[in-house]
Design a protein around this ligand. Structure first.
Ligand code: SF4
Ligand code: SF4
Length: 488
């Protein structure tokens, strides 16, 4: 049942994927009947019809048709809980209608949308996006979408879609929006995209095997992503943004990683920042984030992430640090430099972290992958960051497996020695983006083998491998890790 409270008409209802879900989940093959032919019905009915046909309307006083659909009185409707699923789009007569329905045997109901309890949410943003929560629902989605992450990724100086709900790069097409005319336009279209993605995920889950993943409009690519999993998602329509990622360019970087998406993006890529050209683009970025902060769209315990070029030499580094104040932040760095401001932030905020992709264990491989001969200097910088951190876990090292380049015994033993020297107890292992989404079984198997061997060596030395792989990949990795340990 949905109800209207006073004059606050819930035109917000059509914004919510959860409202769809609640209908779709409970209808169980029955005919959908809408009780109410008032203004509220006019708003919400088209939304219901996107997913399920309305069989007829019921109203105490109306007969004839509403929106071209038959209207009957309660008496003439023949309503029964076995045959009908009734959506009440009601006015203050809600309580009496519920009594009428109970008299007809409808003993189970849900009040999905109660504007009375929405008053505290009456910020225009929240009421536009907001809706009541329901029980956790099982469907395929990912944490970045569900917990509302806002990712600026890609060229912000071109009129392309560079704002997306997750930070996977190089995937095309990934759901994304472009900057709008104003910060409000930008954020509205981003929030709409997120809602539509969740709605699609719910719809596909409810429709089961009858509908192929290929038909997904927004999340076709997500079905190949290890983060896209079935889980009991909290099913809340509105959430403040839990994380903001800055991974946009032009953003300068001194490194030349072979796998660098920006360097390899021939169409749009550029790490070259020119104040006279690009300051306007950054103004737009800061205005958008500022608007979101002013309108309380960003959670108070937000986590900020910086993975744009190299943060230590970013021309707006200080402005970014001012923006985040002392909130938790993750800084991705190439560690070419030891940066005092970032060190101070890490030192004063134990929730903040520094992420460094080391990707090798020898200076030779470092030079091959990174294009610069400064391996010892970057390892020394990492040691300095560790000294200022409150917790060693604040410094996170990652090893991107690049088959044929860094999956050899020299590098594997080298990285273990470095980790032991730095007293780092965990190493994240990830595939490079291309291999990750490559469905070729032999590519996947090579990747699992390389990961399994490294994981085994780490475990043998008391270091935990951090594996963010799919269940299927994890099983193969485990198999190869055990094989390596047994052969040792
Ligand atoms: S690509 Fe993966 S992380 Fe990104 S939105 Fe899709 S499922 Fe989520
Ligand atoms: S450190 Fe990052 S931005 Fe710089 S080249 Fe490597 S991947 Fe690209």
């Amino acid at each position: 049942m949905l109800r209207q409270n006073g004059n606050n008409l819930c035109n917000q209802a059509d914004c919510s994927p959860e409202i769809q879900l609640l209908f779709l989940n409970n209808v169980k093959g029955r005919k959908v009947v809408v009780w109410g032919t008032g203004e509220l019905s006019g708003y919400v009915s088209p939304f219901i019809e996107k997913y399920l046909p309305i069989s007829f309307y019921t109203s105490r006083d109306a007969v004839g048709a509403f929106r071209g659909i038959r209207v009957t009185t309660k008496e003439a409707s023949g309503l029964s809980p076995e045959l009908h699923y009734v959506v009440v789009l009601a006015n203050p007569a809600f309580v009496e209608i519920r009594q009428d329905l109970e008299d007809l045997g409808f003993v189970q109901y849900y009040s999905y949308f109660d504007l009375g309890s929405m008053q505290e949410w009456h910020n225009p943003w929240l009421s536009d996006l907001g809706v009541m929560s329901a029980k956790p629902l099982k469907y395929r989605s990912c944490a970045q979408i569900e917990y509302a992450e806002l990712v600026f990724q890609g060229p912000i100086d071109k009129n392309v879609k560079c704002i997306q709900p997750c930070c996977w790069i190089g995937l095309d097409p990934l759901p994304a929006v472009a900057f709008g005319g104003t910060p409000e336009d930008t954020l509205k279209s981003f929030m709409l995209l997120r809602r539509e993605i969740i709605a699609e995920n719910i719809r596909f889950s409810l429709l089961g095997d009858d509908i192929s993943d290929e038909e997904r409009k927004f999340t076709k690519i997500c079905t190949k992503c290890p983060s896209f999993i079935e889980s009991g998602w909290p099913a809340q329509g509105y959430r403040p943004i839990a994380a903001v990622h800055f991974a946009m360019y032009p953003s300068p970087c001194q490194c030349k990683c072979t796998y660098c998406f920006v360097r390899n993006d021939e169409k749009h890529g550029s790490l070259q920042f020119e104040e006279s050209i690009h300051s306007k683009c950054y103004d737009r970025l800061f205005d958008t984030v500022g608007y979101a902060l002013d309108n309380k769209m960003i959670s108070e315990d937000v986590c900020w992430q910086f993975a744009a070029g190299e943060i230590t030499i970013h021309p707006y580094k200080e402005k970014f640090l001012d923006l985040i104040k002392n909130q938790a932040a993750g800084f991705v760095t190439n560690a070419f430099l030891f940066d005092e401001s970032i060190a101070a932030h890490l030192s004063s905020n134990p929730r903040s972290s520094l992420c460094f992709s080391i990707d090798c264990g020898t200076p030779e491989t470092w030079r091959k992958i990174k294009g610069v001969d400064n391996f010892d200097a970057v390892v020394a910088n990492i040691a300095k960051y560790l000294q200022v951190c409150q917790r060693p876990e604040q410094v996170q090292l990652k090893y991107i497996i690049l088959p044929g380049m860094n999956d050899n015994s020299m590098d594997y033993h080298g990285i273990v020695e470095i980790l032991k020297k730095l007293q780092i107890a965990r190493l994240g292992i990830t595939p490079d983006h291309h291999s990750c989404f490559d469905n070729n079984p032999s590519v996947q198997d090579d990747l699992c083998k390389a990961t399994g061997y490294l994981a085994a060596l780490l475990r043998k030395n008391g270091i935990a491998p951090g594996l963010g792989h799919t269940q299927k990949q994890l099983e193969r990795i485990e198999y190869y890790a055990n094989e390596a340990l047994a052969a040792d």
